[in-house]
Structures are given as structure tokens and as C-alpha cells.
Design a protein around this ligand. Structure first.
Ligand code: SF4
Length: 229
């Protein structure tokens, strides 16, 4: 298993303030946020652990690698022409969970949440760049258990089994609870694979008003994957 714990991560203070709707706020209000951002910048260590796996079996609605069968029609379709995948866990890092906003300050709590989200995005971007540079990959896409009904969140247990629960906790500080929550919360598990056409789970998801949506719902794509409702 490989670990990426040297993610270059710079917190853009203006971006945090903008996302927290504080860009136009009085300096007396933003001062606390800027102090928190500085503190976070000093400790933040986003991380990724990943494993290279080769596909061993493909069945109509499942695919097997590392001796484990993952059940998802969408994943199976996406891996139709793929022989090698990268299973990963990415996290904002436990270091950011060790700082906190003053008790009861919901605004600063929200800023800290935004910073953790940015750290997680940074870890995922680092993984993409690293895989492209080291494995001669062109376009890549990702899927995450739980992002679609077709690939239930409980399949996270299989990803943790594949990567080794103890390894993930030791190397990235991430653990998975019995109820499928990752600690720290700004962590994500998934599979990265090469694709000719970029795939986003959001294309197959009809959830309204999702703040994390990356692409519009596309009924034609959903039909092509056999998951149209
Ligand atoms: S729209 Fe939101 S819930 Fe649906 S797959 Fe995209 S990020 Fe996930």
C-alpha cells in the first residue's frame, strides 16, 4: 500500500471567507476566522492511502479484485474495458480535528468545516495528479460506495478490508465505524479508474439541491447504465 502524506495544501483565506459568506463582513468579525485559518494552515496534513489492484473477475452486476467481490452495476459498466484500478481512502487528516473554534461560535465552526472540506479536496487532487504522473494515466474517474443507491455505503467495509483496517488507521488516521461512518468525517473511500469519457456519479443521481453536485442529472446516461428510475 502507498501513502501520500505530503499533499501541498495552501488555505486560500479569501475563499474560506467567501464560502462562509463573510467576504463583506466587518473586519472585527473576520479577524477570528483569519486567526483560525492561520492555525489550520500550520497543522493541516491531508493524506491518502491507496492500493493498485488488478481485476480478477467480471460478472453482470459485480466485479472482483484483491479477492473481494464488489457489487454495483454502474461500477461494473465503468470497469468494462479496465484491467487495473486504484482503491483509496483520502482524508483531511486528524491534525485538523485537533483544533477547534471557541465553544458556541457556530460561524467559526462552519469556517473550520470548510477548511476540512478543502483539505479533503486537496488530498483527492493530489491522488489524481500522483496517479496520472506515476501510472501513465490519461483521463480518470472515481466512484465512492454510498454515492449511488446502486453501490451501497456498506461496500466501504470491503474497501477497508482490501486496504487493511489497521493500515488505514495507522497511516492515515482514518477508521470506519460499525455504522459506516468514517472518522474523521471529512474522509472518503473509493476507486479511481481510467476512462475515455469522464464519469461523475452525479450524472446518475436525482437528489435535489445537493451542494456537492459536480454534474447535472442525465437521464440518457442513467438509461445507458441501466439505473434510470
Ligand atoms: S448529486 Fe450530491 S448526493 Fe448525488 S452523487 Fe452527486 S454529490 Fe452525491
Amino acid at each position: 500500500m502507498e501513502t501520500l502524506d505530503n499533499t501541498p495544501f495552501h488555505i486560500d483565506a479569501d475563499e474560506v471567507l467567501r464560502r462562509a459568506h463573510l467576504a463583506e463582513a466587518d473586519p472585527d468579525i473576520t479577524q477570528g476566522a483569519r486567526k483560525l485559518i492561520e492555525q489550520a494552515q500550520q497543522v493541516a496534513r491531508p493524506k491518502v492511502v491507496y492500493e493498485v489492484c488488478y481485476i480478477e473477475n467480471k460478472r453482470p452486476d459485480s466485479v472482483e479484485f484483491a479477492g473481494i467481490t464488489f457489487t454495483s452495476r454502474v461500477l461494473r459498466v465503468n470497469l468494462d474495458q479496465v484491467e487495473r484500478i486504484f482503491a483509496y481512502v483520502a482524508t483531511c487528516g486528524t491534525e485538523l480535528t485537533e483544533i477547534s473554534a471557541p465553544a458556541g461560535d457556530m460561524l467559526l465552526d462552519y469556517c473550520l468545516d470548510i477548511i476540512k472540506e478543502m483539505a479533503l479536496r486537496g488530498a483527492l487532487e493530489h491522488l489524481s495528479e500522483h496517479l496520472k504522473a506515476n501510472y501513465a494515466l490519461g483521463q480518470i474517474s472515481q466512484m465512492n460506495p454510498g454515492s449511488l443507491e446502486d453501490w451501497p455505503i456498506t461496500e466501504q467495509f470491503k474497501l477497508f478490508e482490501l486496504l487493511g483496517k489497521g493500515n488505514i488507521e495507522e497511516l492515515a488516521g482514518v477508521r470506519l465505524t460499525d455504522s459506516c461512518l468514517m472518522i474523521p468525517p471529512k474522509s472518503v473511500s473509493g476507486i479511481t479508474f481510467p476512462t475515455e469519457v469522464r464519469f461523475e456519479s452525479c450524472q446518475l443521481c436525482q437528489r435535489d439541491n445537493c451542494p456537492s453536485r459536480q454534474a447535472p442529472y442525465d437521464p440518457q446516461t442513467a438509461r445507458a447504465y441501466g439505473v434510470a428510475q
